[in-house]
Design a protein around this ligand. Sequence first.
Ligand code: PLP
Length: 358
Amino acid sequence: MNEQHISGRVTIDLGALRANYKTLAAQAPKAETGAAIKADAYGLGLAPCAEALWGAGCRSFFVARPLEGEALRAILPDASIYVLDGLYTGEAEYYLRHRLIPALISLEEAREWSAKGKGTPCALHVDSGINRVSLSYAQLAALVAEKLPLNVVLLMSHLASSEEPDNQFNGVQLGQFQKARALLPNVRASFANSSAHFLGGEFTFDLTRAGVALYGGNPLPGQPNPMKPVVTLEAKVLQVRDVPRGEATGYNSTWRASRDSKIALLGVGYRDGIPRRMSSVFGGKAEVLLNGQRCAIVGRVSMDMVAVDVTDHPAQRGEWAEFFGPNISLDEAAASAGTISWELLTHLGNRYARHYIS
Ligand SMILES: *Cc1c(COP(=O)(O)O)cnc(C)c1O
């Protein structure tokens, strides 16, 4: 896409992505560091991110859907690809064809894979307290007792609150996972998402599943971010308007000028993943950076545009404003809209020019 013809751009720093992989790997020195690359690499583009992670040494990847696994297989012929959704009914052939490893979540799936999987690898996903897709401990015990002919290469479980290091539930879940592990002591274990890399060595086991921190999200909310920013989101100034005192901008006139003001209209909106809550009218500190100055987002976020107050900061048509990137962190931007970095990244639309730099 030609930059003259677009009003929003996303820049993805693959060097920072690789550096973040290495930072997480160093944080879990006894484990293999794997990557959660579901949802198009958290919205950042599967192929460039997968290739960069492979280049940084990553060999194990976690997708949500089997179709994501097929797409990844075409990019990385030698990677281990785990499918977190488990095994879809009647789809064993498909998984075999693309050498996908289902993370089995029920006895029924385990029986189906033992019948159709031809001895190829599978993972077992056991619950430790989050109660999402997974086997219960009792079901895992029944599965082990049934002695199904399964080639189990990984036992995994998932934490509910790993970004809260003081949350006692982390230890409760660790205990549950260790109990499950005792049923399959010789199988490799996987427990840690991004934040759990920072909970201590007993959480990282044999293989980790790092996601948001690879893409620049802070795995330690409230503390300095050890990760490098990967994504920069910018929008073009379409127009700068004079808004006289007493007049409003945007739908429902939610922001009214308390003095003679200048408003810059930027060419991104909720279609592009800018949350409607990302406006100072909701009381938060929703801002963009324009010409090195922070400017408040005002009024309603529309489908295709956002208004910012530039009364104190001269701005011109054609200039670019940063929503997040090196100056405004992804986590700060997400928090300003009452959401999380995961959601902000995965909602970026398809109207952006995307630049990959290293
Ligand atoms: C998405 C996901 C991850 C990665 O989580 P982050 O918090 O983004 O690091 C790990 N494991 C499972 C099961 C997931 O669904």
